[in-house]
Design a protein around this ligand. Sequence first.
Ligand SMILES: Nc1ncnc2c1ncn2[C@@H]1O[C@H](COP(=O)(O)OP(=O)(O)O)[C@@H](O)[C@H]1O
Ligand SMILES: [Mg+2]
Length: 293
Amino acid sequence: MIHLLTVHDLHLAVRTGETLVPILRGINLNLPQGEVHGLVGESGAGKTMLGRVILNILPPNVVITAGHVDYGTTQPSLRSGGRVPDSPGRSGISLIPQDPMTALNPVKKIGKQMGEILKLVHTDSQRQIQERAEALLAEVRIKKPKEVLKQYPHHLSGGMRQRVLIAMAFSSEPGIIIADEPTTALDVSVQRRVLRLIRDLQNERNTTILFVTHDLGIVAKLCDKVSLMHSGMILEQGPVADVFHSPAHPYTRSLLKAIPRYDQPREKLSPVAEDLQAQLIHEAREYDQQRRV
Ligand SMILES: Nc1ncnc2c1ncn2[C@@H]1O[C@H](COP(=O)(O)OP(=O)(O)O)[C@@H](O)[C@H]1O
Ligand SMILES: [Mg+2]
């Protein structure tokens, strides 16, 4: 089995003055070719930071304090102090961002923005680039792609913009896509169609996807494996069927009890889960103290 990406005991921290505050605490993750891996956890768990370190687009005040990310044999691994500020991003890895409303440049037409991405990977003529962009929009099931290419982002609905961003993510034929809550900002009915689109494109290309979400209902429908995250740690990891049928960690069990469905309003976690969360935060702090010894 080819592992496109391996994260080894990765620790990240944010620098605030003289102190380093931990954000990720010993993350281990393998992404084999073609796997859709769900990364689940509530707000602040560290999901976006894990995606950003993999993409090599960490904010300047966030550093790797231990561990590393291996990208197979294609690129050097990313280690503590190993960030290259002048060349952010990683070839072969694309991002589908969370918020389609802000992720596109508001003052550039869709065709121009797509052209800029396509030019990075193809040496085609301007006309060929536009034809490629048109074909990509058709693939993400946008009707009248020629017209959409001439429009600005504000002409498009949220769902349409997310389709454009999905087309852009797949346009470089990446081995891995990090999808960071790609449907959270969309209406429920649009969410369902966008998820189906991502699943179909993934199936056709056998793309590896790290699918970040706080919704276990989506994981059940879309993912092969799942990692449950809290306080910068992965609490449980395994094939979706195993984790759903026999969850090992109390946090997973409590999330499954309140399983949110993306076609229904989200339920709040039970008070028991709140106790559990306090305990998990406490455990994370103890872990930090032990590491300092
Ligand atoms: N730009 C940043 N600088 C410093 N700390 C950040 C930044 N963005 C997020 N954090 C912190 O990193 C932790 C993980 O955040 P994040 O990865 O965004 O969580 P999630 O995506 O799971 O909601 C949080 O404690 C958050 O406050
Ligand atoms: Mg996030």
